[in-house]
Design a protein around this ligand. Sequence first.
Ligand code: AHM
Ligand code: MG
Length: 332
Amino acid sequence: ADNHLASPVGTTLERYIMQKQGEFPFATGELSQLLRDIALAGKIINREVNRAGLAGIAGAYGQQNVQGEEQQKLDVVANIRFIRALRNGGQACAVLSEEEDEIIHTGNDQGKYVVAIDPLDGSSNINVNVSIGTIFSIYRRVTAVGSKATRADFLQGGRQQVAAGYILYGSSTMLVYTTGHGVVGFTYEPSLGEFFLSHPDIRIPEAGKTFSCNEGNWFDYPECVRTYLTGCKQQRFSGRYVGSLVADYHRNLFTGGIYLYPPTKKNPSGKLRLLYESYPLALVIEQAGGKALADGSAVLDIVPIDFHQRSALYIGSKDMVTAYQACAEAED
Ligand code: AHM
Ligand code: MG
């Protein structure tokens, strides 16, 4: 008689993580807890992002800062909030952030994981009400539990990531991640404060008809990139470029497409950061059946040297990235 009460209302992230953990009997639950902490950080940043438009008129809705402090920039706020969530969560012993030069030790030296983040990506879009995102990458530490994390924990290489993903603050807020067993997507329900499973198995279409790059850099692009893009145009593919990596990537993940950030005069090694932009998105794309290249190798095979090193990035549908690769190899 009470059947209607038992009818599923959707799987929350919490429940999903619990179920998955049950499938791995020897898992200790620490990675699960870390993913929950990241989701919490996402909710907090989502709140700040949503409020951002009101910040300039703070007085109008009674939120004026009594100390008269200057409104902090959203990317700075996101950085602080994210690190705080990880510190309070306890599973991450250290964090590497786009916003900070050096490793941030959380004080949880017992934590088994380290996390690299771009807390709020899409700098040109942050203050103009256009989609932005958070990107994260997780490693199991290689240093002894109980000691302080070191550079070695972060410089393990892309294939050693145990989980990676992103949060997109778009028309809806979504969390998309992989733990190496496919890619799942959750959509945030703000009135309930919960992420719900909306995309249980994300696969990128093998072929696509969308290319995403900053064409303003055309005259800096290597010849092979121009050859490839010219081919896209001859086939009347669509050009789509938000200028927020997470947004461009997310669209291509769902509809099929390729995102390109080649080397330019200004950024001779590419613009995107290997550890917290290229690596995590490359792991997600490979897990979704797509492909991610840098110059000369798969992104995940690049040997990391520096925390903030950059890479070229050609990422998306398998067939498109392979076609680009053919142009690049023909030029060699
Ligand atoms: P950021 O980390 O300073 O925000 O830079 C990364 C962003 C990406 O989100 C985006 O894809 C790219 O830079 C856009 O660069 P450009 O404005 O050169 O096209
Ligand atoms: Mg960034």
